[in-house]
Design a protein around this ligand. Structure first.
Ligand code: ADP
Ligand code: MG
Length: 255
């Protein structure tokens, strides 16, 4: 539905572990400012795909590009610096305040000039103030504004899980990879997180790759869906197309 060149291109990516092909020729593209959902049963290879996209796993074949830039063999911090940020499936922060965690996220952006700015204290203080102001904006954007100075250990599960999302946003990414962002959340927390993701796309123009088991959320948020089963892409299309695809029904229902 868009003619703009893709923001993210995944081409023929294959990942083999001993005796297991976790990804088998996976290709998809993510249009700028769109939400692309990656779905499939447990073990389908979704998290492995995120590991490839973020540089934690080197594919045996295939390529990943961001805009025109090849990411495939870059180290994770280089990929992050180029604008791909991610959250992890099973990590929920428990230490420090929300502000502490978001400032940790900002730290990756300050690294280059860190020593230099440490020698010029007024400049460093200004930079710190700017990062704190942006961290506060990101907290507002992710529904954590009222908890900015609260210890994350005291927050609800849903808020703590959203701290991960906020920390990823602190990298000012072009592409955000969300690995099961609402897993374990109650209905209200899911709805809140869905609003936040929709807003990130609308206000920041972010491209999002969404791995999620909650089909309601996928149907509501995704522009396009790619379905994996045992590492193979078995369907691709709009949420409505994919929902009616017989292959998809077979993979999910074992029919
Ligand atoms: P999903 O996120 O879709 O549930 P994963 O990407 O986590 O699936 O896993 C895909 C398959 O690859 C699974 O069979 C899993 O056990 C296997 N796998 C994932 N990571 C590794 C690894 N580092 N070493 C060996 N096997 C792995
Ligand atoms: Mg997973």
């Amino acid at each position: 539905s868009t003619t703009a060149p893709p923001e993210l291109t995944v081409r023929d990516v294959t990942v083999r572990f001993a005796g297991l092909t976790a990804l088998d020729g996976v290709s998809f593209t993510v249009a700028p400012g769109s939400v692309h959902a990656l779905i499939g049963p447990n073990g389908a290879g979704k998290s492995t795909c995120f590991n490839v996209l973020s540089g934690l796993c080197r594919p045996d074949a295939g390529a990943v590009t961001l805009g025109g830039t090849e990411l495939t063999r870059l180290a994770p911090h280089r990929i992050a610096a180029l604008g791909v940020a991610r959250t992890f499936q099973n990590i929920v922060t428990t230490q420090g305040t929300v502000a502490d965690n978001l400032m940790l996220g900002r730290h990756a952006l300050t690294r280059a000039g860190f020593t230099a700015s440490a020698l010029r204290l007024p400049g460093a203080r200004r930079e710190q103030r700017e990062h704190l102001a942006r961290a506060r904006e990101i907290a507002e954007l992710t529904g954590l504004g009222n908890h900015f100075d609260a210890p994350v250990g005291l927050l609800s599960y849903g808020d703590r899980k959203r701290v991960e999302l906020a920390r990823a946003l602190c990298l000012e990414p072009r592409v955000l990879l969300l690995d099961e962002p609402v897993a374990g959340m109650n209905a209200a927390e899911r709805a809140r997180t869905a609003e936040v993701v929709a807003q990130l796309r609308a206000e920041l123009g972010l491209s999002v790759v969404l791995v999620e088991h909650d089909m309601g959320l996928v149907m509501r948020l995704a522009d396009e869906v790619t379905v994996l089963d045992f590492g193979r892409p078995i369907a691709h299309g709009t949420p409505d197309e994919v929902r009616r695809d017989p292959e998809v029904l077979r993979a999910y229902l074992g029919a």
